[in-house]
Design a protein around this ligand. Structure first.
Ligand code: G3P
Ligand code: CA
Length: 253
């Protein structure tokens, strides 16, 4: 058992705003991304879903139920229909409302002033986002400027991205409790995304020895701060943070 952390090539870990500054505004909205950008994060994390009429929208869940005043699956609405709903979230005494943005709304707002960390997924087992996504990123010149990382739980989706845009760095995500170290070491992708409770010293050291970066996400807000501190000692390379202020403080020089 190794007791020493094995560093990677990275000097400073990446601070990735998970769904924007979701602790201060409705997750995955333009305002949440704007707050994160003003905070000076390294990257804006965006989950993609497809509407019935093939628009890429920024929303995490399969349905709009948890985050908006509507109900139903994203794939069952047209863009026009889905944008009639408001995301709704309560912060202290204030209820904030804002529409679900398309990916293009976000790119149009920040263009090349931000780095985007975009999550793709299969839709009913099919590869239907990737071509449109790469085309859109190219329209904004973001791939050639190195301003995009793409992440997915689906290797198939990442392989498709490699085919379309080999220069984009990719992150293979593992679900909480399903991390597979030998698989993670084998794959070609340079970054591995792991839920914090699966992150051990051995995992980080072995991936670093393979030249891979470890990017950590946090499913439990109640333990996130202590987990961020714990994995800092292991020298992980990226934080999908739900609390930008805290993560920035943790890495203040
Ligand atoms: O993308 C990293 C992390 O966001 C993966 O989990 O469910 O929050 O998208 P999830
Ligand atoms: Ca995500």
């Amino acid at each position: 058992v190794e007791n020493q952390p094995v560093p990677s090539m990275v000097d400073q870990p990446k601070i990735i705003a998970h769904r924007g500054a979701n602790d201060r505004f409705n997750e995955s909205t333009l305002t949440a991304y704007e707050i994160a950008a003003k905070d000076g994060v390294d990257s804006l994390e965006i989950d993609l879903r497809l509407t019935k009429d093939n628009s890429l929208v920024a929303i995490h869940d399969q349905s709009v139920d948890r985050t908006t005043d509507g109900a139903g699956k994203v794939i069952d609405f047209t863009l026009e229909e889905i944008q009639k709903f408001s995301t709704v979230a309560v912060f202290g005494n204030n209820t904030h409302k804002e529409e679900i943005p398309t990916l293009e709304d976000i790119l149009e707002k920040f263009v090349d002033t931000e780095h985007y960390y975009i999550e793709t997924r299969l839709v009913d087992g099919r590869l239907v986002m990737e071509e449109q996504l790469v085309q859109l990123l190219n329209e904004y010149g973001l791939i050639e400027k190195g301003l995009v990382t793409i992440q997915s739980f689906s290797e198939e989706s990442l392989n498709k991205i490699t085919e379309l845009a080999p220069e984009v760095p990719l992150t293979l995500l593992f679900k909480k409790g399903q991390f597979d170290l030998s698989r993670a070491k084998q794959v070609e992708f340079p970054y591995i995304g792991i839920e914090t409770t699966d992150v051990t010293r051995k995992v980080v050291n072995e991936l670093h020895k393979q030249g891979k970066e470890v990017h950590v996400y946090f499913n439990n807000r109640d333990t996130e701060k202590s987990e961020q501190k714990r994995v800092k000692a292991l020298l992980v390379d990226g934080y999908f943070t739900n609390d930008i202020t805290y993560t920035k403080e943790l890495f203040k020089q």
